[in-house]
Unconditional design. Structure first.
Length: 144
């Protein structure tokens, strides 16, 4: 079992990395707002299950969260929100560092849609096409 957090709020990842058995509360400072829980009630259980299964917990910066969103969109056509970008970014990091074997079957749970946090990547991507806000323009663009 593996876990992912954004560096700006990563008390469980920090505890895992440092070998602590307690979670030190932190003040959230990340674009991954849905994951920004500075004192997670079940953090100790996450530590236990990751350790028991030989897994890991890692964290990535906000820029890496954005890169994870863009990577998933380009590679799989899935537009995720910042929590999903965190998951994909940490997955990439775990593979690159050898903590996760890329030959093993891996299931990634990713349930948030990118429209929830569009501002996180709006400066990295732009519209593929811009049309007038009319039905006729919509039809002329071949979308219907």
């Amino acid at each position: 079992m593996f876990g992912a957090q954004a560096t700006g709020c990563s008390p469980v990842s920090e505890a895992f990395r440092e070998g602590w058995d307690v979670i030190r509360p932190t003040k959230p400072d990340t674009i991954a707002k849905s994951l920004a829980i500075g004192n997670p009630a079940d953090g100790i259980y996450v530590l236990d299950i990751c350790r028991e299964t030989g897994g890991a917990i890692a964290d990535i910066t906000d820029d890496e969260v954005r890169e994870g969103i863009v990577l998933l969109a380009r590679a799989e056509g899935i537009f995720t929100e910042t929590a999903g970008g965190t998951t994909i970014g940490v997955l990439k990091k775990l593979v690159e560092t050898g903590a996760l074997d890329p030959e093993l079957e891996t299931v990634v749970i990713n349930t948030g849609h990118g429209l929830k946090t569009l501002d996180a990547v709006s400066d990295l991507v732009g519209p593929a096409a811009t049309i007038a806000p009319t039905y006729d323009a919509f039809v002329a663009a071949g979308i219907v």
